[in-house]
Design a protein around this ligand. Structure first.
Ligand SMILES: [Zn+2]
Length: 248
C-alpha cells in the first residue's frame, strides 16, 4: 500500500500535506495575516476553532482541516495522540511572570493553565520555595488546538512547507499535552539566567530546581513526560511536566 492510500484509509479523507500548491501557499499566507490581525497575542493561545473559523474564508478553513486530518505517524512521528478537546472554561491567566537575565528584569507573555493544574503548580511551587528557596515559572502552559494549528502552519510557511521538519518541532492539534487538559502539559523555566540571549537559557536539566522536581513533583501529581529514552522518540525535555491528577 502506498503512502497516499494509507493516509486515505487512516484519515477518511485524502490529505497530501507535502505538496502545497502555489495557490495553497497564497491562501495560507492570507490566513496567517488574518489571524495575526484578528486575534491579539495573548488571546491567540487560547482561541477556539469557532473563533478561528469566524475569521476565515472557506478556502482558508480547508487549509486548517488538512492539518487536522494529517496522521503524523505516516511521517515517522511516534508521540501520543490525545484527540482534540474543547478549550476549558476554567483557564487561569498567569500574568506578569517576571524573570531575570543578567540582572535585567523581563516579563513572560501571559500563559494559561486549567484551574486544577494551576492549583497543583502553586502548591508545588510553595513547597519548592520552602525547600530550596526557589520557584519556577510557566513558560508555556495551555495551548488550544486551534492555536497549535496556526503555530504549525506558520512554521511550515517559514520553512518552505517541509512537513517532516515541522513535525519534528511542532505538534499538530491533538498530539500535544499542552492542548490536553486531562494531562495538562506545562514548560517550566527558572527565574534567573546568566545569559543575555533568550535562545541560550540555562539548560533546565542542570538546575537545582529540576533536581528538586525529580524528587518531589510527583507528590503534586506532576510527572516528567519526556525523560531520556522515552518511547515516543521525543528528545529529552526536562522542562516539560504534565499534571495528571484530575480535579483537586
Ligand atoms: Zn512542553
Amino acid at each position: 500500500m502506498g503512502m497516499k492510500e494509507r493516509q486515505y484509509l487512516l484519515n477518511g479523507m485524502y490529505t497530501d500535506m507535502v505538496s502545497f500548491s502555489p495557490h495553497d501557499k497564497d491562501v495560507a499566507m492570507s490566513l496567517l495575516t488574518k489571524v495575526g490581525e484578528g486575534v491579539s497575542g495573548d488571546d491567540a493561545r487560547v482561541m477556539s476553532f469557532d473563533t478561528l473559523y469566524a475569521l476565515l474564508s472557506d478556502e482558508e478553513k480547508k487549509i486548517i482541516e488538512r492539518i487536522i486530518a494529517t496522521d503524523p505517524t505516516v511521517y515517522g512521528f511516534r508521540g501520543q495522540c490525545f484527540g482534540i478537546a474543547p478549550v476549558p472554561d476554567d483557564l487561569v491567566a498567569l500574568v506578569g511572570q517576571e524573570y531575570c537575565i543578567c540582572g535585567i528584569k523581563k516579563l513572560l507573555q501571559t500563559q494559561y493553565l486549567p484551574a486544577h493544574a494551576h492549583q497543583a503548580y502553586l502548591r508545588m511551587n510553595d513547597a519548592m520555595d520552602a525547600g530550596i528557596g526557589r520557584r519556577v515559572l510557566v513558560e508555556s502552559g495551555y495551548r488550544s488546538p486551534a492555536y497549535q494549528a496556526i503555530v504549525f502552519l506558520r512554521y511550515l510557511a517559514e520553512h518552505t512547507y517541509r512537513i517532516e521538519e515541522a513535525l519534528e518541532r511542532i505538534a499538530i492539534p491533538g498530539y500535544s499535552e499542552h492542548g490536553y487538559p486531562n494531562k495538562q502539559g506545562m514548560d517550566f523555566r527558572v527565574r534567573e539566567t546568566m545569559f543575555d540571549n533568550d535562545d541560550r537559557p540555562v539548560p533546565f536539566g542542570n538546575t537545582i530546581e529540576y533536581a528538586w522536581l525529580l524528587e518531589h513533583a510527583n507528590d503534586f501529581h506532576l510527572h516528567l513526560s519526556y525523560p531520556e529514552g522515552n518511547p515516543y522518540g521525543i528528545i529529552p525535555e526536562p522542562w516539560h511536566w504534565r499534571y495528571e491528577g484530575g480535579l483537586i
